[in-house]
Design a protein around this ligand. Structure first.
Ligand code: G3I
Length: 373
């Protein structure tokens, strides 16, 4: 295990919180990508008023009891001080982008490496941030011994049970919510063909949730997926699954909606209705991986459209009391996953590659500021 919070001793949490408004104001006022006037936030009454400037704020200052989180990855957390400053100042929750996935955590069967996750958890604890755990059961980023192995159904079940028990147990009390199952559905709403479905049948979802609950009785347990923001075949499939799990008494607390938008597609108009139907089942909901990509180069009109996607998503969450918050999938274009998966596309985050806030940042700040307390 690597050193804990003292590793970040240069970032004294208390001093940082006190300095936050000043830093935020400096960044916001010198951004090279100005927000369009209609999207520029009215600064809230909270925040300090440095001489000669108006009141200023940060995302976490105006989030109230909602979570405003971001995915966090190494090595930037270890090496980029500008990244560390924005992360600590703006967000009240973090999700390790890769460090809790099966590949990094259990690279050899029964051998666990917590170093990356520990470092992120330590940073979060030092800065008063909650941690979402991502993810326990997924078809991607599996270690070779697992994805290339041959196992009986019983063996695969034991492997999964042991992985969940070990990982969730280790972070019990430190991780407030887990994406227990990630992306169980294909785009048409049928079950995704994965080693879990093939080896264990659809019951793997309920089993995974029960094993997670046994390892941590407090953590919020989620099923998470993408392209399910509005009401469509995929969100219908999720709805039927979670309704059935609740009816069976399976421990399930929430549904995660990733929200990886493509600006070439229209913004789904029925997000709030979709959130409400899950809430009506007694579940909480969260946007877990928000970003909005488009074809580069960036134009003012694309950045303005992107800002509306961000702002409307945050507003939809705030309109539904069961929506606990919004996590962005990385906050800076400097480290976004998008250009690697969608060549030619990018600029999907709140901040540009120089850590300058974009119009999308202003839209999120404005939406949070406008929330009803
Ligand atoms: O860490 C290794 C490094 O040792 C190696 O040298 C390098 C060579 O390619 O790969 C590094 O691992 C990469 C890892 O990110 C860390 O950078 C993997 O190749 C790469 O595939 C991995 O991509 C991640 C992707 O999930 C995997 O599918 C992205 O960072 C991450 O943002 C993305 O996140 C997913 C969510 O978990 C689920 N929802 C969709 C979302 C976007 O795809």
């Amino acid at each position: 295990m690597r050193p804990g919070p003292l590793r970040f001793g240069w970032l004294r949490p208390v001093g940082l919180i006190l300095a936050a408004p000043l830093i935020a104001g400096a960044l916001w006022s010198c951004g090279s990508t100005p927000a369009t006037p209609s999207l520029a936030p009215e600064p809230p009454a909270t925040g300090s008023t440095p001489s000669g400037s108006g009141p200023i704020s940060t995302l976490r200052m105006v989030a109230g009891n909602r979570l405003i989180g971001t995915a966090v990855a190494l090595p930037q957390l270890q090496t980029d001080t500008g990244y560390q400053e924005v992360l600590a100042r703006e967000f009240n929750a973090v999700t390790p982008e890769n460090a809790l996935k099966w590949g990094p955590v259990e690279p050899a069967q029964g051998t666990f490496d917590w170093s990356g996750a520990d470092e992120i958890v330590a940073f979060a604890q030092a800065h008063g941030q909650k941690v979402r755990g991502h993810t326990l059961v997924w078809h991607n980023q599996l270690p070779g011994w697992l994805s290339g192995g041959t196992f009986t159904s019983a063996q695969l079940g034991e492997i999964l049970k042991n992985h969940i028990a070990t990982e969730v147990g280790r972070y019990a009390g430190k991780i407030y919510a887990w994406d227990v199952v990630n992306e169980p559905f294909a785009d048409d709403g049928t079950w995704r063909d994965t080693i879990w479905l093939r080896g264990l049948g659809q019951g793997y979802v309920a089993d995974a949730l029960r094993w997670a609950r046994a390892a941590d009785p407090i953590a919020k347990l989620y099923i998470n997926d993408y392209d399910n923001e509005g009401i469509n075949a995929k969100s219908d499939a999720m709805y039927e699954l979670v309704k059935s799990l609740k009816a069976q008494g399976v421990p399930l607390d929430g549904v995660g909606i990733q929200a990886h938008y493509d600006l070439a597609k229209p913004f789904p108009s029925d997000i709030a209705a979709n959130l409400r139907r899950f809430a009506d089942l007694g579940l909480e909901v969260a946007f877990t991986e928000l970003d909005a990509r488009f074809q580069l180069p960036a134009t003012e009109s694309a950045l303005a459209q992107q800002a509306t996607y961000y702002g409307q998503t945050v507003s939809a969450c705030l309109a539904v009391s069961a929506c606990v918050g919004v996590t962005v999938w990385g906050f800076t274009d400097k480290y976004s996953w998008v250009p690697f998966s969608f060549p030619g596309e990018g600029a999907a985050c709140l901040y540009d590659e120089n850590l300058v806030p974009k119009a999308a940042y202003g839209a999120v700040l404005a939406a949070l500021t406008a929330r009803t307390p």
